[in-house]
Write a protein that binds this ligand. Sequence first.
Ligand SMILES: NC(=O)c1ccc[n+]([C@@H]2O[C@H](COP(=O)([O-])OP(=O)(O)OC[C@H]3O[C@@H](n4cnc5c(N)ncnc54)[C@H](O)[C@@H]3O)[C@@H](O)[C@H]2O)c1
Ligand SMILES: [Zn+2]
Length: 1593
Amino acid sequence: MDTAPDILKVSILGHDSIHCGFHLIPYIAHTVLATLPASVYALITDTNVAPFYLSAFEQAFTAEINKLSSAKPRFLTRVITPGETVKSREGKADIEDFLLLERCTRDTVILALGGGVIGDLVGFVAATFMRGVRFVQIPTTLLAMVDSSVGGKTAIDTPAGKNLIGAFWQPEYVFIDAAFLETLPEREFSNGMAEVVKTAAIWDENEFTSLENNAPLIYTAIRTPSTGYAGRHIATRSTSQSLLLSVIRGSIYVKAHIVTIDERETGLRNLVNFGHTIGHAIEAVLTPQMLHGECVSIGMILEAEVARGMGILKQVAVGRLVRALRAYGLPVSLGDQRVTRCPGARSLGVDRLLDIMRIDKKNSGPQKKVVILSRIGATYEQKATGIADAVIAKVLSEAVKVEVDLSVDASLGKQHVKMATPGSKSISNRALVLAALAQGTCRLKNLLHSDDTQVMMVALQELKGASFAWEDGGETLVVSGGSGALQVPEAGKEIYLGNAGTAARFLTTVCTLVSAPDTSTTTVITGNARMKQRPIGPLVDALRANGSDIAYNESEGCLPLSIAPKGLQGGVIRLAASVSSQYVSSILLCAPYAREAVTLELVGGAVISQPYIDMTITMMRTFGVHVTRDPGTDVYHIPQGVYVNPPEYAIESDASSATYPLAIAAITGTTCTLENIGSESLQGDARFAVDVLKRMGCEVVQTASETTVTGPKRGGLKAIGEVDMEPMTDAFLTACALAAVAQGGEGNVTRIVGIANQRVKECNRIRAMIDQLAKFGVQTKELDDGLEVYGRPFNTLTRGASVHCYDDHRVAMAFSVLGTVVPDTIIEEKRCVEKTWPNWWDDLENKIGLKVGGVELPRAESSTAASPGTPFSPPTASASVIIIGMRGSGKTHVGMLASAELSRPFIDADAYFESKHKIGVREFVHVNGWPAFRDAETDVLKEILKEAGSGHVISMGGGVVEIPEAREMLKTYAKTGPVVHVLRDIKEIVTYLGEENARPAYGEPVVEVYKRREPWFAECANYDFINNPDLAGGEATNAEVSRFFRHITGQPNLAQNVAAGKRSYFLSLTYPDVTPALRHIPDLTTGVDAVELRVDLLRAPDHDALSAIPPRAYVTAQVAALRRATSLPIVFTVRTIAQGGAFPDNAEKDAFELLGLALRLAVEYVDVEICESERLITDLASRKGFSQIVASWHDWSGKMKWNDDVVSSKYAIASRLGDIVKIVGKANALQDNFALYDFVAKASAQPGAKPIIAINMGVEGQMSRILNATLSPVTHPLLPSKAAPGQLSFTQIQKALNLLGQLPARRYFLFGNPIAHSMSPTLHNTGFEVLGLPHTYELLETTDVGEHIKAALAAPDFGGASVTIPFKLDVIPLLDKLSPAAEAIGAVNTIIPVVEGGNRILYGDNTDWVGIRESIRSRAPSIGAPAAALVIGAGGTARAAIFALQSMGAQRIYIFNRTASKAQALVDAFPDAPVKLIKTLDAWPAEGPAPTVIVSTVPASATTVSGAGTGAVLLPLALFDAAANGVVVDMAYRPAETPLLGLAKRAAPSWATVMGVEVLLEQGYVQFETWTGRRCPKHVVSKTVLEKYFATA
Ligand SMILES: NC(=O)c1ccc[n+]([C@@H]2O[C@H](COP(=O)([O-])OP(=O)(O)OC[C@H]3O[C@@H](n4cnc5c(N)ncnc54)[C@H](O)[C@@H]3O)[C@@H](O)[C@H]2O)c1
Ligand SMILES: [Zn+2]
């Protein structure tokens, strides 16, 4: 080692044994060898740490050992598995055996290199090995550095609990090398910061202040690699490195100090357990998903709230603690998503937590001990304080109840409350800037403590513009102003503003005031990612125009900014002020310090929020600068000058908050005086006392800066008729609460108007008040811009209402006012007040004198009632389908196809319009104008809905959504019926519309119309149909139209085989973009029942690299593209990272938006993770229509046990929320699969059990994938990656099932004669092979239906048979039962063995007709129900043809046969069918239509197109209506081109032709499916069969 590194030492128990620095490895080796002579040095570390540092240690120790001249000691290393599980007896034994094997003796030195796990375990080994050997701690996690390595506690875990066996054993040294933190995962770093913040909080306010202000800088230290050993010496140490080291050292110092005074843990040492009493209880429930520090972080806040509730700790301190912990990425409440997603989260009940706390080591007797903070940096006692359960319970519970005793008259005691409410945010921010820029000292009182004010203070300090100090435990801020002299912050230090918007705007101008001789070093202000998107452009433009030098460092118009220290020029400044009044205030506040007096001209449209500009000007006057405004203009003159600090400035209370205590006085008949808010208030809501409370009968006394309200005797509030609350909209909720009990006037009504904007606040507040007041029995009426409340005597209101707050602070506080006169009122979400008044409930108790109790709401699990939100409303299958969309989007085309598919009449609203008005749409507009047309169109909508509200398909005109009334009608309709928005790319629409002019021209560019209408279409519709020819595969396929419209009308395309006793599968598509794979989809999906689209894995080609959230449009296009390639049901999955996917964990809203999109796209299955908010899930489920919800739970930890309560509780939740349950664990051993199997067997045996997907991840879990029955996820060798480890392919699973005896091989036959050339064996055997099925299909050629056939049918492995000529009738006597089709046709071509009532029976079916029908349908779906069809021939096949046509709804079926008598027999056989005999093939009876479907069932040789006299049927040209789109099927098997098909190709090219072999294939697919329960892999089978067919032609 060249020179000794610079080391900071901390003393513990009288020794300087803790050494801190950077890059210490050589130093460690040197020090250890020089001062701890030994025969063996054994270093223990784990597999995470070893790759980074082990070789450096080996080198350093070898080098030092080589220097020794005496006997060379050995240097041993041992690398063990990481993680808490090695901290066990076995883990300890393993190390001991290693040491023994290596013949280590008492003079060994053991080195523990790693986190707390290694330190605790290795320390304990050292404590007992050979009755104790020397050891050295080399902690590599922050937690280990500041906590576990200091103090000498060592331990291991046992199944009975953590750290139960151990010893105190002090290390010889603790080497803290902060450079190790550069490789530590950031979550682990945060974990350690929780302890650091904790230590500062109990002990050292200065240290705490440094922590709360410097998070970004501290992160810089661990995020910047210190290459070249930077930091080893002070000379190379960066500012951030020095800070990091000082923070670590500071924290260690406190712990070392406490340990030294109290080594064996009596009282004082308990102080370091701040946050741990509640934190440990939380950890016990949430481990291992949540880390210790994360739980302690939440514990600290809850324990601080205990202190606050006791009236000991101020909210200021709680707020600082919250912000400091958040700054290090730590959770601060049980509502944090990281917590709520944990499997255990739902069992974080109050009782459970209190129960766990009961066994805390700190307790003495039954009382729980909590470290009570008295302020930041100090505790209430020098030890933990005993606290009653009820106090803790109140903090932990999520709901509250104001305790009221109506028998006591509150006003009797003439209670007079005097208090201040939290400071106004706007005024606080302005006051900070003014006081800092002023000369002299100012004491700011009632400052709001928020993120905004916090970063503002830090920034002003960094600019050396002012200094700050706290007095009165943080109640008063002493500002020593800098008279406007500011400096560029020190090199490399950026001013970080987080997401504090006001601070960013005010400080931009403040930074231009900085003036320095060297203008090349600039001031940089920056913020978090969100801040970097918020606009600052107009302000920068104005300042640049004025001569300031401001550069955008990243994107134009946003932070970060580089501002040159040139001072502010002044003179005329022009500013666009229509976006934010904060730009104006920013310039006003700084203007006095410009080089010239400033004239500020506001330009560019209406100025926004004038009251805030006035507020700034008024406050500037208080600080000595008088702004003047040219009357009637937006021009302001600001003189030059320096602000002068008043000795004290009391920040006004927030006026909206002030309404609550005043209203409580009003409703209870007591008196309340609010300080810091009076008649001179700068805020509109301050008028509430005079404009509302006085009118209601209160006595109101208002001075300039104080307001006192005394209420009438309880029950005496007066209803006041109309009140316009436009100037104080936020106060309307408070007014509603009072109006509920206000009487008198006309009908006890209070009509609150002028508050329409409150519909779009945190929630729709008008609705919220109406719905929640109803729970009290209070009636209301909604108005356009407000509501009427009908007051009732307070003692008649319903008691015990449970108020839902929509997470809106104002709803909660308003109803707590009502709760003071209505006993047992529960406010469900107490924490929502934190937004503006975090200690409201404590103030209610401690300052207003009402008792507030905690209430535990029934847990979601136990309550049967679903959460609030829309009830499940089953959609109506018969409701008409309404189609809307842009003109040119393909509404009519899609609508007609849908109508054919659904066999429902089609109504085109345009055509309806024309027939009603006897004039075309275009002409109507021309004559009457657009407005008249719109009215007429609305009427048309009304009429159609009335007359054709069910059983139709209706296409609406594109302009219908222009009319608000029509939009409302559509939206209402969409609640129970399908409204489909047909979407098509705008470019396509423009091209298409350019080509037609049948309808009125828009009179404006189509694109404009599109932009305006698309949002309306989207809002009116509940489904989206994508009709985009741009997509791969072109225009929406008929198959997709069929699937989509069937789905939304109650015939969903759900997966086959999801039924008891069957096995179903889905294929996971793991592509970032599915389009390149579409051509492989038929191969990929062979055998499966559905495909899963892993939406979280999708990545748009031009995607934002930072965002893992695929855009909505991209997802839509992907689903649409997939639909072109397959009609299989889609499982739409957005898997989060926590659940093993790639979707961000904190983007719940985005995830649900995509899931909602899936429902709009009529996706069949939507996978929802049950750890998401239940409210969102039930809301989604309420919109699911005919789609199904897969409620899924994944536990990747490997700790979930299938026989554990956790799984049962997850199962219960998932069964309640989903149609299909999915639970995924991880197998560590084969046995885990048996446990799973047991669980599934038990669960499925319950009556009404939902289908369950239950799987274990990992290779050990493969067996569960084989045995799982419902929708087993499978992969395919062609996929880019497996969706999950251990996944198998469909074929693999079939083979495995066969080997396990779960899929026995079966034999299938063809009965007939002659059959040697049959294609059926090729057909079926190819199918079996492709699917991996072990079956075989053989020919059984016999002369009659005799013993051979009987033996085949009787064999136990008989799987089924095809029957062909001549046995289709002869076989019938051997069968037990016939299908209706076989019965009607009088022939059997398929035999299926089925189990009925426990017996095997033989079932005869006929699939010939299905083959005919499918051949026709798949080639010309638009034919629908043909008006006329023709069958040539009269044999058995003709019977199948007639049956097929009848099933298609053919309106006429012509029969032609040479022997008319045979034909007549046929007619008689189908008495219900519209069958007509015809005599010639070129004229149709009774002027009937020409057939569009022709099926010939006679041999090819029996037809001819040329010669007469052969005895063959002559096929005339006139047979085909060449203008139609028809289908002709020739059942003749050979030749491929029969005379009939040849004629069709020549005479009617628009007709589709079907060869006999193609019909054979179609009926074969059906057979295959009935036998195996699997779709036949048609593409491979047909290719193989046709190749063979043509090869042998
Ligand atoms: N003895 C005490 O007084 C005391 C105090 C607090 C906690 N503990 C104990 O400490 C343990 C927790 O310690 P921890 O939080 O350090 O966990 P840990 O030891 O499990 O380390 C966390 C993770 O980080 C990895 N890691 C460690 N250093 C790394 C580095 N520099 N780079 C990359 N990866 C690194 C580890 O392999 C591990 O996966 C618990 O067992 C707890 O009981 C003991
Ligand atoms: Zn701890």
